[in-house]
Design a protein. Structure first.
Lengths: 150, 422
């Protein structure tokens, strides 16, 4: 079995305690709500888009260390990226955290987000790590107001 | 009558050897499982309790020697299956101290029992403006069936508030019991807080207004000695799987005079006397409410679980668990930044807690790697969590086989949590 530190890496703990972009945007061009009914985690994600590019991004909500750190690091990674690049990030991130623990980690240019690779050892926590990302996808699509991990 | 009854119980206890937790533990094969390489510390009994080998063997033995359909075959096995099934009903009757075996209905669990009463007893008489009364600390399964009944009829669901300790405010209950109250459905013991509600008093208060009462006993059945006649409740529901029996089996007790007036809940085999396309006549109680082939193996398991609880001694277990609650409360209170949610004067061995701003799911994962199983989440009581302004708690819930050493392991695990989140 995996070690605790595979999941709770220092950088994850830092982000959970001091999340980046933990604020609402005054005049967002996109906004979406995410909810994990299993644990009650909630997130509201705000995007300021300009010419297909994420100029500013912020989030608010409550959740476990994994979901908070994931939202924090996601927002840090996506500022200045295009909507298409952000969607590609979502796909790669999702693939990494749901891959078989027996396989080699395919971080695929995820950069700092690779710290979440340990999540794949904890299937019940995958939804925590992916909540912010599902909410992002909904915000980019301008889809339903609230997405659920269920 | 009651006095003689409890005297008989004490005599049984006196003849029984003292409660030996190690002997009890030896009866539960699952307690020998290693979880993530550590000895399992199972503290999630409020979600599901474990089965002693006596229950596992009874169920397995039923399938090996008696499996058949009940109440209809004329062959050897069917007779054996029927008598095993009906013997379990008698055990459940004794367990509840019900007057009559016809008042004991096999269901899938507490949820089905509550839905049965909501649909067959309460809903047909509900009119717009009528009220159904529940409390803030109900499990979703004692909220949603009433919401459905109210939505369909225009009746209103009223909720009795609780205080900061997690106790029902009786003066509010009295105030809410009004001329439009048609039914009261109350949790006997709270799964999230451990509170034991003063249900006997509350039933008397409701009856004084002519209002019938259902008790959700899912959490009470394994921990509290039950006597439905003494409590005076109209209905009592509990699940086998929280009382050392398998999943998928439970009991609804209903007073005969109510059951006799109730239309069937589900139609099918076993609940009828004769069927024609013009008219069907229904079977007698309790079979009228047991449509379809029941969970016979589960019922046999539940009967064995009741035997087991009687064998180790219900009062002895109550005492053992009270010791665990006191020890856990003391030790957990000493953990830095830990706050217990639910501090009622009268509790069973359930301790819900929060540590600083550490999310219960993070605690759950870290404890899991230590082999310690707790529940982290809203415990299917989201309105209760809202009442306390929280999203979730961590919950350690104890059963007959838990020990003080396991509480020490929990506290050591929480030290690890604090270390990670320092």
């Amino acid at each position: 079995m995996s070690d605790l530190r595979d999941l709770y890496q220092e950088v994850i703990l830092d982000h959970s305690k001091h999340p980046k972009n933990f604020r609402c945007l005054a005049d967002p061009s996109r906004k979406a709500e995410g909810y994990n009914p299993l644990c009650g985690d909630r997130i509201t994600l705000y995007l300021k888009m300009d010419d297909g590019v994420i100029r500013d991004i912020g989030f608010q909500g409550s959740g476990c260390a994994i979901s908070k750190a994931s939202a924090s690091m996601m927002t840090a990674a996506l500022k200045g990226k295009s909507a298409d690049e952000a969607r590609a990030f979502f796909e790669r991130f999702h693939r990494m955290i749901t891959s078989d623990p027996a396989d080699a980690i395919d971080a695929d240019d995820l950069g700092k987000l690779t710290v979440f690779s340990g999540v794949r050892e904890f299937p019940v926590r995958v939804k925590c790590a992916s909540l912010a990302w599902h909410t992002l996808r909904s915000a980019l699509q301008g889809g339903p107001e609230e997405v659920s991990t269920e | 009558m009651r006095g003689a009854h409890s005297l008989a119980r004490n005599d049984r206890d006196a003849a029984r050897p003292a409660f030996d937790v190690e002997k009890v533990r030896a009866d539960f094969p699952i307690l020998r499982v290693m979880a993530h390489g550590k000895p399992l510390v199972y503290l999630d009994n409020a979600a599901t309790s474990q089965n002693p080998r006596q229950v596992i063997e009874a169920e397995s033995n039923y399938y090996a020697t008696s499996n058949s359909n009940v109440h209809r075959g004329i062959h050897y096995l069917s007779e054996r299956a029927t008598s095993a099934f009906e013997a379990s009903r008698d055990k459940a009757r004794d367990f509840l101290h019900a007057r009559d075996r016809a008042e004991v209905i096999f269901v899938r669990g507490t949820t089905e029992a509550i839905n049965l009463v909501a649909n067959s007893f309460v809903r047909p008489g509900l009119r717009a403006g009528d009220e159904v009364l529940i409390s803030t600390m109900e499990h979703h399964s004692n909220i949603v069936p009433w919401q459905l009944a109210c939505e369909a009829t225009g009746a209103k669901l009223r909720v009795v508030p609780i205080n900061e300790a997690g106790e029902i405010i009786l003066s509010e209950f009295e105030r809410l019991l009004g001329p439009r109250t048609r039914f009261v459905s109350l949790v006997h013991v709270s799964n999230a807080l451990g509170t034991v509600n003063p249900v006997k008093q509350m039933i008397a208060m409701a009856h004084a207004q002519g209002v019938p009462v259902l008790l959700d006993g899912a959490q009470a059945a394994p921990h509290v000695v039950l006597d439905v006649q003494d409590l005076g409740c109209d209905f009592y529901a509990f699940s086998g799987h929280k009382a050392y029996a398998p999943t998928g089996i439970g009991i609804l007790y209903g007073r005969r005079e109510h059951l006799e007036k109730m239309p069937p809940y589900q139609g099918g085999g076993d609940m009828i006397r004769s069927v024609s396309f013009e008219k069907t006549t229904y079977n007698d109680l309790p079979h009228r409410f047991e449509a379809g082939t029941p969970n016979v193996g589960g019922a046999v398991g539940l009967g064995a679980a009741i035997d087991y609880m009687n064998e180790i001694g219900r009062e002895a277990v109550e005492k053992h668990e009270a010791g665990l609650l006191a020890y856990a409360t003391e030790k957990l209170s000493a953990v830095p930044k830990l706050r217990i949610v639910g501090t009622a004067k009268h509790k069973v061995a359930v301790v819900s807690f929060l540590i600083d701003s550490i999310h219960p799911h993070d605690m759950g994962t870290i404890l899991d790697l230590e082999g310690i199983a707790i529940r982290a989440g809203h415990h299917c009581t989201q309105p209760l969590m809202q009442r306390f302004g929280i999203a979730a708690t961590a919950r350690a819930s104890f059963g007959c086989y838990n020990t003080k050493e396991e509480i020490d392991a929990l506290v050591a695990g929480l030290d690890k949590v604090l270390e990670v989140f320092a």
